[in-house]
Design a binder for this molecule. Structure first.
Ligand SMILES: *Cc1c(COP(=O)(O)O)cnc(C)c1O
Length: 360
């Protein structure tokens, strides 16, 4: 067996010790005589899995007591609709458009009310984050929506929009658990798990209690945060395997990494390795304004699109896969989520330098 360094933007790498635990428990989970994939979601064994997973998430993210946690199907994209369906009480909301997913979230919200674009970075192909202090906020927004880490463009918010009485709603799909987070600054946080947490198939929402119960009567039960949260994510059959894997990853972060402060140090060092290299030479270029550079998704281009293609082919042959950039940006993108080892980035940098020498 030889595992590659997988730089995919998602689904993406999982920590190897987690995969080994899942493998060891695949046929029989803790003396239950069955796999987590086979057991009833109403069983005592699964009840312990879902409860301990939520408890771990609360510990790791230090989620305050007045926030609820729910496990949802439909990925982050379903959250794009659930947010306005549940929170757009005034008929309008403010959106920051800083990339593809925040644009899609705004477009989805337009179906349910007035979407006011508080700021956009489209003018420079999303290579920066607009100033959150001077954005054009509207007077009666129900909430402010941001995508905190822009997976495709490789940017992240360095500061958060904060307006008294207006909850901040944030898509953290591609940066959740990458470092400590002050949950109290948000009204609602959501993330698809397939980038930095678990296999694809689930989104998690963390929502301040007072924001629950505002959805109108026509909102489908499955799209109402309150329905799912009141039933502790067991309104219907939840994504059991994903919840189990989320629990394993959280245990790994708690017990082997040492929490999110330690995780952030690892991620900062990993990203610095790649950005410092990019800044040290002229062959590859990263278009993002430095203070908005993502720790998770690093974009770069070589001198020509033909060279980019040759780079990706040669990289894949050397065991560095999924480096092709998104079609909206071109070039390359290295997604270096929590599970990408430091060694993987160090070896990629060495490969990049060898390729540069051979092709400059
Ligand atoms: C991947 C991604 C999404 C889309 O997630 P799905 O689970 O595929 O719907 C949304 N937002 C961000 C920031 C992402 O990275």
């Amino acid at each position: 067996m030889s595992r590659v360094y997988n730089f995919s933007a998602g689904p993406s790498m999982l920590p190897e010790p987690v995969l080994k635990t899942a493998q060891a428990e695949l046929l029989e989970y803790e003396g239950s005589g069955q796999s987590v994939m086979e057991m009833s979601h109403r069983s005592a064994v699964f009840d312990e899995i879902i409860k301990s997973t939520e408890a771990r998430l609360r510990r790791v993210l230090r989620i305050p007591g007045n926030y609820k946690v729910g496990f949802f199907q439909g990925g982050a994209s379903t959250q794009f609709a659930m947010v306005p369906l549940n929170l757009m009480t005034t008929g309008s909301a403010d959106y920051f458009v800083t990339g593809n997913f925040s644009g899609l979230a705004a477009k989805e919200a337009e179906k349910f009310g007035r979407v006011h674009i508080a700021a956009s970075s489209k003018d420079k192909n999303f290579t920066y984050i607009p100033n959150v202090k001077t954005a054009d906020y509207s007077p009666n927004a129900s909430y402010i929506h941001i995508c905190q880490n822009n997976t495709i463009f490789g940017t992240r918010f360095a500061e958060l929009p904060q307006r008294p009485g207006v909850p901040l709603v944030a898509d953290l799909s591609s940066c959740i658990l990458s470092g400590p987070l002050d949950v109290s600054r948000y009204g609602l946080i959501y993330f698809g798990v397939q980038k930095n947490v678990a296999p694809a198939g689930m989104a998690v929402a963390i929502i301040r209690e007072d924001l629950l119960g505002q959805a109108g009567p026509a909102v489908p039960a499955m799209l109402n945060y309150k329905t799912i949260i009141d039933k502790e994510s067991m309104y219907n059959t939840p994504p059991c395997w994903c919840i189990y894997m989320t629990g394993l990853v959280l245990r790994y972060i708690e017990e082997r990494v040492g929490g999110l402060e330690a995780m952030e140090l690892i991620n900062t060092a990993k990203a610095a390795l790649l950005y410092d290299y990019l800044d040290s030479q002229e062959f590859y270029k990263n278009p993002v304004e430095k203070r908005y550079r993502s720790l998770m998704n690093v974009t770069f281009t070589s001198p020509t699109p033909e060279m980019d293609k040759a780079f990706c082919t040669a990289a894949a042959e050397a065991g560095f896969v999924n480096l092709k950039g998104h079609r909206l940006v071109g070039g390359m993108r290295a997604s270096i989520y929590n599970a990408m080892p430091h060694e993987g980035v160090a070896k990629l940098v060495q490969f990049m330098e060898d390729f540069r020498k051979a092709n400059a």
